[in-house]
Design a protein around this ligand. Sequence first.
Ligand code: AMP
Length: 218
Amino acid sequence: MRILLFGPPGVGKGTQADLLSKKYNFIKFSIGDLLREEVSLNSNLGNRVESYLNRGVLVPNNIIFELVKLFLGKNKEAHILFDGFPRTLDQAKNLEKSLAQLGLSLDVALEMHLAEDEIIKRLLNRRYCPKCNRIYNYATTPPKINGVCDQCRTKLEKRSDDDANTIRKRLQVYEEKTHPLVDYYKSLSVYNQTDAISSPEEVFDKISKIIDGYINKE
Ligand code: AMP
């Protein structure tokens, strides 16, 4: 099965992607995580993409498509969850083509919704663990000990693109470039949507029901 989550930054895609991967054995493909890791390693790729991440704009497609090709080549037999990819119509078409070349297709494209003021509040309160990537939120899901990861005790960090100006830019990029995916995935009959205002557990429940519905139909 291949599923993708899309929605504005801060809607909770990463949190849901982690929960769903555990429950359904998905291999998660999160380009944002992958790129941040390259930046923190100071790698060649990291140096090429750092300024895009810091400005809140999309990394060029030639870099993204190469990463997708590598990932699909290694994971064609797996159940896959795409988190934050595709983010443009060109990327969506590229994904469809790359899957078709492997005899695969997308099963579910799930949009997560949240009002803008709630998104901004969540992003300003978001922290993550640089070691295990677990995500926390001081407004909704704080760590047990202030500033420290519950899981591995590493000091939590704030993403450099979670500042007010970059958040505004990322929301604008989302509206312009990613939101048109709604009509595209409706036309492929794989579109589903859920509201993301409730707790992570409740959202997880709603998404699980959508996936279970799909699995039962198969
Ligand atoms: P995220 O972790 O999904 O919020 O992504 C953080 C940043 O990574 C974005 O603001 C972009 O700069 C970059 N990025 C993530 N996914 C993509 C993508 N599919 N295409 C281009 N850039 C991306």
